[in-house]
Design a protein around this ligand. Structure first.
Ligand SMILES: Cc1cc2nc3c(=O)[nH]c(=O)nc-3n(C[C@H](O)[C@H](O)[C@H](O)COP(=O)(O)O)c2cc1C
Length: 192
Protein backbone atom coordinates (compact mmCIF):
# COMPACT_ATOMS: atom_id res chain seq x y z
CA UNK A 1 0.00 0.00 0.00
CA UNK A 2 1.20 3.53 -0.79
CA UNK A 3 2.14 5.62 2.28
CA UNK A 4 -0.67 7.78 3.66
CA UNK A 5 -1.16 11.10 1.93
CA UNK A 6 -3.13 14.16 2.88
CA UNK A 7 -4.48 16.36 0.11
CA UNK A 8 -6.68 19.41 -0.31
CA UNK A 9 -9.55 19.29 -2.81
CA UNK A 10 -11.00 22.73 -3.57
CA UNK A 11 -14.17 22.95 -5.64
CA UNK A 12 -15.11 26.28 -7.27
CA UNK A 13 -18.12 27.36 -9.32
CA UNK A 14 -17.10 26.34 -12.83
CA UNK A 15 -18.90 23.78 -14.91
CA UNK A 16 -17.54 20.23 -14.70
CA UNK A 17 -18.68 18.86 -11.33
CA UNK A 18 -18.67 15.34 -12.78
CA UNK A 19 -14.86 15.50 -12.68
CA UNK A 20 -15.02 15.94 -8.90
CA UNK A 21 -17.14 12.82 -8.53
CA UNK A 22 -14.87 10.76 -10.81
CA UNK A 23 -11.73 12.04 -9.06
CA UNK A 24 -13.13 10.99 -5.68
CA UNK A 25 -14.20 7.60 -7.07
CA UNK A 26 -10.66 7.00 -8.35
CA UNK A 27 -9.26 7.77 -4.90
CA UNK A 28 -11.67 5.39 -3.20
CA UNK A 29 -9.80 2.76 -1.16
CA UNK A 30 -6.54 4.71 -1.49
CA UNK A 31 -4.67 5.60 1.65
CA UNK A 32 -5.45 9.29 1.20
CA UNK A 33 -7.03 11.74 3.60
CA UNK A 34 -8.97 14.32 1.63
CA UNK A 35 -9.78 17.73 3.10
CA UNK A 36 -12.39 19.61 1.07
CA UNK A 37 -13.23 23.29 0.58
CA UNK A 38 -16.04 24.45 -1.68
CA UNK A 39 -16.79 28.03 -2.70
CA UNK A 40 -20.30 29.47 -2.47
CA UNK A 41 -20.58 29.38 -6.27
CA UNK A 42 -19.24 25.81 -6.21
CA UNK A 43 -22.12 24.72 -4.00
CA UNK A 44 -24.61 26.25 -6.44
CA UNK A 45 -23.09 24.68 -9.55
CA UNK A 46 -22.83 21.30 -7.80
CA UNK A 47 -26.56 21.48 -7.09
CA UNK A 48 -27.35 22.60 -10.64
CA UNK A 49 -25.24 19.98 -12.43
CA UNK A 50 -25.38 16.98 -10.12
CA UNK A 51 -28.33 17.62 -7.80
CA UNK A 52 -25.91 17.09 -4.95
CA UNK A 53 -24.77 18.77 -1.76
CA UNK A 54 -21.02 18.68 -1.14
CA UNK A 55 -21.48 16.69 2.08
CA UNK A 56 -22.68 13.73 0.02
CA UNK A 57 -19.58 13.62 -2.19
CA UNK A 58 -17.83 10.34 -1.35
CA UNK A 59 -14.45 10.07 0.36
CA UNK A 60 -13.89 13.57 1.74
CA UNK A 61 -12.89 13.17 5.39
CA UNK A 62 -13.55 16.78 6.38
CA UNK A 63 -15.09 19.87 4.79
CA UNK A 64 -13.92 23.36 5.75
CA UNK A 65 -15.91 26.55 5.37
CA UNK A 66 -14.39 28.59 2.57
CA UNK A 67 -14.50 31.71 4.77
CA UNK A 68 -12.78 30.03 7.76
CA UNK A 69 -9.24 31.36 7.93
CA UNK A 70 -8.58 29.36 11.09
CA UNK A 71 -8.70 26.10 9.10
CA UNK A 72 -5.48 24.02 9.05
CA UNK A 73 -4.70 24.71 5.37
CA UNK A 74 -4.55 28.45 6.03
CA UNK A 75 -1.07 27.93 7.48
CA UNK A 76 2.05 26.49 5.88
CA UNK A 77 2.92 24.88 9.19
CA UNK A 78 0.18 22.31 8.60
CA UNK A 79 1.48 19.70 6.17
CA UNK A 80 -0.39 18.62 3.06
CA UNK A 81 1.10 16.60 0.21
CA UNK A 82 -0.70 18.45 -2.56
CA UNK A 83 -3.69 20.56 -3.54
CA UNK A 84 -6.06 20.48 -6.50
CA UNK A 85 -8.72 22.99 -7.54
CA UNK A 86 -11.27 21.05 -9.55
CA UNK A 87 -12.88 22.69 -11.43
CA UNK A 88 -11.19 26.10 -11.12
CA UNK A 89 -13.01 29.28 -12.20
CA UNK A 90 -11.35 32.18 -13.97
CA UNK A 91 -12.18 34.27 -10.90
CA UNK A 92 -10.38 31.98 -8.46
CA UNK A 93 -7.44 31.76 -10.88
CA UNK A 94 -7.27 35.57 -10.95
CA UNK A 95 -7.29 35.86 -7.17
CA UNK A 96 -4.49 33.31 -6.87
CA UNK A 97 -2.45 34.93 -9.65
CA UNK A 98 -2.67 38.27 -7.81
CA UNK A 99 -1.97 36.79 -4.39
CA UNK A 100 -5.32 37.95 -3.01
CA UNK A 101 -6.26 35.59 -0.20
CA UNK A 102 -9.92 36.57 -0.20
CA UNK A 103 -11.20 33.18 0.90
CA UNK A 104 -9.80 29.92 2.26
CA UNK A 105 -9.33 28.44 -1.24
CA UNK A 106 -7.19 31.39 -2.34
CA UNK A 107 -5.24 31.30 0.92
CA UNK A 108 -4.63 27.52 0.75
CA UNK A 109 -3.44 28.01 -2.86
CA UNK A 110 -1.10 30.78 -1.76
CA UNK A 111 0.27 28.49 0.96
CA UNK A 112 0.72 25.58 -1.48
CA UNK A 113 2.73 27.82 -3.82
CA UNK A 114 4.90 29.33 -1.10
CA UNK A 115 5.57 25.90 0.40
CA UNK A 116 6.38 24.59 -3.10
CA UNK A 117 3.92 21.71 -2.87
CA UNK A 118 2.33 20.12 -5.95
CA UNK A 119 -0.64 22.34 -6.81
CA UNK A 120 -2.93 21.74 -9.75
CA UNK A 121 -5.64 24.02 -11.16
CA UNK A 122 -8.19 22.53 -13.56
CA UNK A 123 -8.97 25.97 -14.98
CA UNK A 124 -12.25 25.91 -16.86
CA UNK A 125 -13.33 28.70 -19.19
CA UNK A 126 -13.68 29.02 -22.93
CA UNK A 127 -12.57 30.95 -24.85
CA UNK A 128 -9.77 32.41 -22.73
CA UNK A 129 -9.24 36.16 -22.73
CA UNK A 130 -5.80 37.75 -22.37
CA UNK A 131 -6.27 38.23 -18.61
CA UNK A 132 -6.97 34.50 -18.15
CA UNK A 133 -3.89 33.62 -20.21
CA UNK A 134 -1.68 36.06 -18.29
CA UNK A 135 -3.03 34.75 -14.97
CA UNK A 136 -2.31 31.17 -16.01
CA UNK A 137 1.25 32.17 -16.90
CA UNK A 138 1.69 33.86 -13.51
CA UNK A 139 0.49 30.82 -11.59
CA UNK A 140 2.54 28.50 -13.81
CA UNK A 141 5.65 30.63 -13.13
CA UNK A 142 4.89 30.54 -9.40
CA UNK A 143 4.95 26.72 -9.52
CA UNK A 144 1.31 25.73 -10.17
CA UNK A 145 0.25 23.14 -12.73
CA UNK A 146 -2.36 24.49 -15.14
CA UNK A 147 -4.43 21.49 -16.21
CA UNK A 148 -7.69 22.54 -17.94
CA UNK A 149 -10.33 19.84 -18.29
CA UNK A 150 -9.57 18.75 -21.85
CA UNK A 151 -10.68 15.15 -22.31
CA UNK A 152 -8.98 12.96 -24.91
CA UNK A 153 -10.80 10.91 -27.53
CA UNK A 154 -8.19 8.43 -28.76
CA UNK A 155 -9.37 5.95 -26.13
CA UNK A 156 -12.89 6.16 -27.63
CA UNK A 157 -14.75 6.86 -24.39
CA UNK A 158 -18.18 5.24 -24.51
CA UNK A 159 -19.92 7.76 -22.30
CA UNK A 160 -19.46 10.95 -20.27
CA UNK A 161 -18.50 9.01 -17.14
CA UNK A 162 -15.60 7.33 -18.94
CA UNK A 163 -14.44 10.59 -20.48
CA UNK A 164 -14.53 12.35 -17.12
CA UNK A 165 -12.80 9.43 -15.37
CA UNK A 166 -9.95 9.48 -17.88
CA UNK A 167 -9.39 13.20 -17.34
CA UNK A 168 -9.55 12.81 -13.55
CA UNK A 169 -6.99 10.02 -13.90
CA UNK A 170 -4.61 12.52 -15.53
CA UNK A 171 -4.99 14.72 -12.45
CA UNK A 172 -4.09 11.77 -10.22
CA UNK A 173 -1.00 11.17 -12.40
CA UNK A 174 0.07 14.77 -11.88
CA UNK A 175 -0.39 14.45 -8.12
CA UNK A 176 1.71 11.26 -8.08
CA UNK A 177 -1.24 9.03 -7.13
CA UNK A 178 -1.40 5.66 -8.87
CA UNK A 179 -4.96 4.78 -9.92
CA UNK A 180 -6.55 1.96 -11.83
CA UNK A 181 -9.51 2.07 -14.21
CA UNK A 182 -8.27 4.78 -16.58
CA UNK A 183 -7.41 4.14 -20.21
CA UNK A 184 -3.86 4.86 -21.36
CA UNK A 185 -2.28 5.17 -24.77
CA UNK A 186 -0.23 2.05 -25.54
CA UNK A 187 0.69 2.67 -29.18
CA UNK A 188 -1.25 2.37 -32.45
CA UNK A 189 -1.18 -1.43 -32.66
CA UNK A 190 -2.51 -2.06 -29.17
CA UNK A 191 -6.02 -2.10 -27.78
CA UNK A 192 -6.85 -0.10 -24.70
C1 LIG B 1 -23.90 27.01 -14.22
C2 LIG B 1 -22.69 27.88 -14.06
C3 LIG B 1 -21.52 27.53 -14.70
C4 LIG B 1 -20.38 28.35 -14.60
N1 LIG B 1 -19.25 27.96 -15.27
C5 LIG B 1 -18.14 28.71 -15.15
C6 LIG B 1 -16.94 28.28 -15.79
O1 LIG B 1 -16.89 27.24 -16.45
N2 LIG B 1 -15.83 29.02 -15.61
C7 LIG B 1 -15.83 30.18 -14.86
O2 LIG B 1 -14.78 30.80 -14.74
N3 LIG B 1 -16.97 30.61 -14.25
C8 LIG B 1 -18.11 29.91 -14.36
N4 LIG B 1 -19.27 30.32 -13.73
C9 LIG B 1 -19.25 31.58 -13.00
C10 LIG B 1 -18.68 31.45 -11.57
O3 LIG B 1 -19.46 30.54 -10.81
C11 LIG B 1 -18.66 32.84 -10.91
O4 LIG B 1 -17.74 33.68 -11.59
C12 LIG B 1 -18.31 32.77 -9.43
O5 LIG B 1 -18.30 34.08 -8.90
C13 LIG B 1 -16.97 32.13 -9.19
O6 LIG B 1 -16.71 32.10 -7.80
P1 LIG B 1 -15.64 31.09 -7.20
O7 LIG B 1 -14.41 31.21 -8.03
O8 LIG B 1 -15.43 31.60 -5.80
O9 LIG B 1 -16.25 29.74 -7.20
C14 LIG B 1 -20.42 29.53 -13.83
C15 LIG B 1 -21.61 29.87 -13.15
C16 LIG B 1 -22.73 29.06 -13.29
C17 LIG B 1 -23.99 29.45 -12.56
Amino acid sequence: MEPAKKIILAVTGATGMIYVLKFLELLRDKNIEIHGIISDAGRKVLRLEMNMEHQSLPGVSRWFDCHDFTAPMASGSCHYDSMVILPCTAGTLGSIASGISGNLIHRAADVSLKERRPFLLAVRETPFNKTHLKNMMSVHDAGGIICPPMPSFYSKPQNIDEMARNFSGRICDQLGITVEGVKRWKGVDHDF
